[in-house]
Structure formats: C-alpha cells, structure tokens
Design a protein around this ligand. Structure first.
Ligand code: FMN
Length: 355
C-alpha cells in the first residue's frame, strides 16, 4: 500500500517521500527581484521535503504582479537561484521552479514602461492589488494580447525554462493555476477572445498546452509538471463548466507524459475531490494534491490511491522540518499570516525545528 512516507518517482525525480512543499510566494527577493541569502536559508531549512516547488517566479518582467517576487529572466536572478539550489542539494533535497506570468493580476507600477498588464481579454479583476510600495491600488483593465504577440509569450516561458536549467533546478512546474495568465486563457470567465485562443475549450486550452509543450522541449517531459486549480476562485476567476474544461486539459496533457500534475482542489467539498479524480483518470501522470491537507487526510488520500503525493503550504511555512514532524505526529508550529508576504527573517526563517 502506498504511504505518505514512502518513496515515489515523479518522472526522473526520485522522491524519498510523498510530502511536497507547495509553491509559496513570500515577496522577499532583493533589488532587481533577485533571490538573496535570506531565501537561500529559507529553502535550505526545508530541504527534507520530498520535493520543494519554489514560489511562483516571473518568466518575464511583464509577468510580475506583486512586490519583491523573484524572476528568472536576468543573469543576476539565475545566479541568485543557483545559490538556492546548491544549498538545497547540499542538504539532500530536490527543487523545481514554478514558472509564472500573472497576466491581468498586475498593475502599471510593475510593468516595464508603466504599460498596461496583458491578458486574454480586456477584463479587469474586481478589487484591489498591492502596489510596489505595499499600498493598495485599484486594478486596471488589462490590454488584450494580439494574436501576433502569443509566440513571444511562449518564447518567454522557453527562455525562463532554459534559465531554470542554468540555475540548477531539478525540474519546473508550469503555473497554470490561481487565476494567472494561463488560467485566464483556460477559464471562460476571463477569456472572451474570438480567435484561435478563445471560445471552445480546445481554443482556451491552447496557450496552456503550447506553453507546456514548449517547456517540455527544453527539459524533457520527465522533469516538467503543471499546476491546475479547477475550482479556485482566487483573483476573480471562474469557469462555467470546470469538469469539461479541466477534463479536456488533462486528456491533452496526457499526450505529454508529464512528471506530475498538481491539483489545487478544495478538499472540503466533494466537487473538489471529484474534479481531482477526473484529472487523475485522464492525465496519465502522478497527481500531487493540495489544499488544507493534514497528516491524517494526506495519509488517507495516498493509501486509498486517490492521489500520489500531497503538497503542504502553510504547514511548511511554519514548520521547516515538516516531514519529521508529520512522522512524529506533531507538534506543529502555528503559522503567522501577518508575515506571509514581505518583510525580513521574522516569520520566514525563524520558525524553530524540533530539538
Ligand atoms: C503565502 C502564500 C503564498 C502562496 N503562493 C503561491 C504561489 O506562489 N504559487 C502557487 O501556485 N500557489 C501559491 N499559494 C497557494 C499554496 O501553494 C497552497 O495551494 C495553499 O496554501 C493551500 O495549501 P495549504 O492548505 O496546505 O496551505 C500560496 C499560498 C500562500 C498561503
């Protein structure tokens, strides 16, 4: 019987356990969105994860939507990440980079030249966003990408995937979740295009699939994963038929024989588990499940064969030695929400490990 503490192969990656560190934006990069020593220490502390998936990392300058998030488009960023991966490897860990473009979840203050953010359609998210000085500002209506610009968007992911190799990562995860650019194309609430990237599910899934295929061209399929969030409404996103949309995407992804598909489900609702099962049956890849899992629910989901691995987010923020604590049945440090985004070592590298 599969076990949370048992090993698993995700493509070419051999994980000593099925305990994955979820991608967690912490907004603590240095000037130029370059990973710094503080980030090296944070990830080094968490190297006992079966696999670390990095915080979302912008593939191009236009892909940024929050202050101080790291990028992977400059040489300095590659060098900063190299220090992180070296430290994780020296501590016995494995790490994949999450490739990110926020699309409309941005603001001219983050955009080169103060331009409008780009998106499938010129529909702003409702609400407000943190500007670059942490002051909340209203979202603006993004600019719809021209059809002729789409190859350039894909090229941005390819260059970032190449940089991730130079930076020493073990693989990459394409961020197709949480209302960011690829999800904005996929779900029909945000995609009102009338060209070959909008309308039918085939067209809406096209950019996600082309990006994943292009990244596989750099890394090989056995080191590429993708993250999806069929029901997550974050960043004002919705789809009228998640089962059809994500079932289609999963069937198409199956052709690519990916190392993993990572599903952010809402495990508190049967609908969340159902859509994960639909994806698992269709995608042909190991499935990492996430959201709200505890030791007990993670172990049950793996023993039942419902999922293959479980990613923990907030528990990993507060517990650098989470696998050891899960093995011991606890105790677990509490997380402090106030220090999730931005700041210093406080609430970042100062959570204690078990003695
Ligand atoms: C502070 C914070 C930052 C996050 N950043 C990311 C991110 O960069 N990429 C991503 O895909 N999800 C991100 N998420 C979502 C988490 O990966 C995860 O889905 C969520 O925390 C639910 O899992 P949990 O209940 O184990 O915490 C973030 C969540 C939190 C709390």
């Amino acid at each position: 019987m599969a076990d949370l503490f048992g090993s698993i192969a995700l493509g070419d990656l051999q994980l000593p356990s099925r305990i994955v560190m979820a991608p967690l934006t912490r907004c603590r990069a240095a000037e130029g969105n370059v990973p710094q020593d503080l980030n090296v220490e944070y990830y080094r502390q968490r190297a006992s994860a079966g696999l670390i998936i990095s915080e979302a990392t912008q593939v191009v300058p236009e892909g940024q939507g929050y202050p101080m998030t790291p990028g992977i488009h400059s040489q300095a960023q590659v060098a900063g990440w190299r220090k992180v991966t070296d430290a994780v490897h020296a501590a016995g860990g494995r790490m994949a980079l999450q490739l990110w473009h926020v699309g409309r979840v941005s603001h001219p203050v983050f955009q080169p030249g103060g331009n409008l953010p780009v998106a499938p359609s010129a529909i702003p998210p409702k609400g407000q966003i943190y500007g670059n000085t942490w002051k909340k500002v209203d979202y603006v209506a993004p600019r719809a990408l021209e059809l002729s610009e789409i190859p350039g968007v894909i090229e941005g992911y390819v260059a970032a995937a190449r940089n991730a190799k130079l930076a020493g990562f073990d693989g990459v995860e394409v961020h197709g979740a949480n209302g960011y650019l690829l999800d904005q194309f996929l779900r029909d609430g945000t995609n009102k295009r009338t060209d070959s990237y909008g309308g039918s599910v085939q067209n809406r899934a096209r950019l996600l699939l082309e990006v994943v295929e292009a990244v596989v061209g750099v890394w090989g399929s056995s080191r590429v994963g993708v993250r999806l969030s069929p029901l997550n409404p974050n960043n004002d996103i919705a789809d009228s038929n998640p089962k059809e949309t994500f079932g289609f995407a999963a069937r198409e992804l199956a052709r690519m024989k990916l190392a993993w598909v990572h599903v952010l489900e809402d495990i508190k609702t049967p609908a969340g588990e159902e859509v994960t099962s639909t994806i698992k049956a269709a995608c042909g890849a190991p499935v990492i499940a996430n959201s709200g899992y505890t030791l007990e629910t993670a172990q049950a989901a793996i023993r039942d064969g419902r999922v293959d691995a479980v990613a923990f987010g907030k528990l990993f923020i507060a517990n650098p030695d989470l696998p050891r604590r899960l093995g011991a049945g606890g105790p677990f440090n509490e997380w402090d929400m106030k220090s999730f985004y931005g700041g210093t070592a406080k609430g970042y590298t100062d959570y204690p490990a078990l003695a």
